[in-house]
Write a protein that binds this ligand. Structure first.
Ligand code: ATP
Ligand code: MG
Length: 422
């Protein structure tokens, strides 16, 4: 039966039959980040709209078209976060976290963008991001990539490739920008409306266009690599050298520019062919200028954002994981057993074994129906409780899958001892 009120377009529910994929995914990803010494940071869903305008850039898809922005009762413009870097920078500055102190941080939270919903593109989606402040060398860029590769391996994701590029420093970009504007001016007629709008405000963004009509003009455009300073080339080479030494394969894509304005030096994307056109599952790079642009002391910074929704899709579409129930014990009670006694026993067991996953049916049901439910729950064992046995303190434990185990009778202490070994 469908309810009268439906959910918003581009938003979705995660039902209990799929939530385990999210839990396992988040656990693997965040454990890897913790293992590498990154610390979690949390920030609000709502921020002042000006934060995103200044940190992401006025002339970007995100700020121009995709933000959920509205006015408070007092008339202040606020927005739901469309990404995490701007908020992280605001938070580290506001809390004085990077005052003479480097930081390696991560977050895991929903983001909101008013996009055209399609496979792999939702209006609420989750990103795990890493942001590192205070290290200027390519070693930390390499660490982010090695750590991400470790995550793919642990998730069991195989067909994913790494593309990298360098966008150089502000000076390199200024030189390149002039050449690029001149080139696109020569081809003004083939540009679409967005590209024409961006020609002078943000010409590199044209390279990031998804419009097939611009494919050829973009393919023949001048490349940033020919305008990189010696120092920028060395920074990029430093990254390549570490990746080579660690055996991490990559492709240099000289056309790779990230969609957001604040990137410098090394940028990267992890792409899979298995998700169709929305194949980028993780993207990031260095953004050495952003902290200063936001009013902090000049601080080198680098990071990535990983789209969890696309990873969940990949895992489900390709049956990468097999479901394993958490439930260990199902309590089954005889019709004449008193509920009060059963509940008291369950509470006693839970008090001594807080990590045991134990459930039971509520209300009255036949043995047959309870066993069916126990099977469905995925529990390993059932504890069968009759009035008389409860009186005598004897508990029958039945293995639900292991035929060799059969059924055994325990005292309370023996039962606890057995359950604590599970
Ligand atoms: P795209 O070019 O696909 O729009 P983007 O450059 O806007 O991506 P980023 O802002 O770099 O994406 O976000 C990093 C990652 O977050 C993406 O690679 C993707 O995995 C995920 N992501 C971004 N937007 C969405 C969305 N609307 N729905 C689901 N996942 C998304
Ligand atoms: Mg986008």
């Amino acid at each position: 039966m469908s309810s009268k009120v439906t959910r918003l377009r581009g938003m979705y529910d995660v039902t209990p039959d799929q939530v385990w994929v999210w839990q396992k995914l988040e656990d693997i990803v965040t454990s890897a980040l913790n293992q590498y010494g990154y610390k979690e940071i949390r920030f609000p869903i709502l921020e002042k709209t000006t934060l995103f305008h200044s940190a992401i850039g006025e002339v970007t898809d995100v700020v121009e078209k995709e933000m959920f922005t509205f006015k408070t009762r007092k008339g202040e413009s606020i927005s739901m976060r469309p990404e995490g870097t701007a908020s992280t920078v605001r938070a580290v500055l506001q809390n004085g976290l990077i005052f003479n102190d480097p930081q390696k941080l991560w977050y895991n939270c929903p983001m909101f963008r008013y996009e055209k919903p399609q496979k792999g593109r939702n209006r609420q989606f989750s990103q795990v991001g890493a942001e590192v402040f205070g290290f200027e060398g390519p070693d930390v860029d390499a660490e982010l990539l090695l750590l991400t590769k470790k995550i793919w391996d642990r998730l069991g994701i195989k067909n994913v490739r790494l593309e990298i590029n360098s966008l150089g420093t502000a000076d390199c970009r200024a030189a390149y920008r002039n050449v690029l504007v001149a080139y696109f001016e020569k081809h003004f007629d083939v540009l679409d409306k967005d590209a024409k709008n961006r020609l002078h405000s943000n010409p590199m963004r044209i390279l990031d266009s998804k419009n097939p009509a611009l494919k050829t003009v973009i393919a023949e455009a001048p490349l940033i690599k020919d305008y990189l300073s010696e120092a920028s080339q060395q920074h990029f080479k430093g990254l390549c050298d570490i990746l080579d030494a660690c055996g991490l394969a990559y492709e240099v894509n000289p056309k790779l520019v990230r969609g957001l304005d604040y990137y410098t030096h090394n940028v990267f994307e992890w792409i899979t062919e298995e998700l169709g056109s929305q194949g980028t599952i993780c993207a990031g790079g260095r953004y050495d200028r952003l902290v200063e642009m936001q009013g902090g002391k000049p601080t080198p910074a680098t990071g990535f954002a990983m789209g969890l929704d696309r990873l969940v899709e990949l895992i489900l579409d390709h049956d990468l994981w097999e479901f394993k129930s958490n439930t260990q014990i199902y309590l089954i009670k005889d019709k004449c057993t008193s509920d009060a006694k059963v509940m008291a026993l369950a509470e006693q067991i839970r008090a001594v074994l807080p990590e045991l996953y134990m459930t039971m049916n509520m209300g009255q049901a036949s043995f047959k129906s309870q066993f069916k439910k126990a099977d469905k729950s995925g529990a390993q064992f059932a504890i069968i409780l009759g009035e008389e046995e409860l009186e005598q303190g004897v508990y029958s434990l039945k293995a639900l899958h292991d035929r060799n185990f059969g059924q055994k009778r325990f005292s309370f202490d023996e039962l606890i001892d057995f359950l604590s070994q599970l």
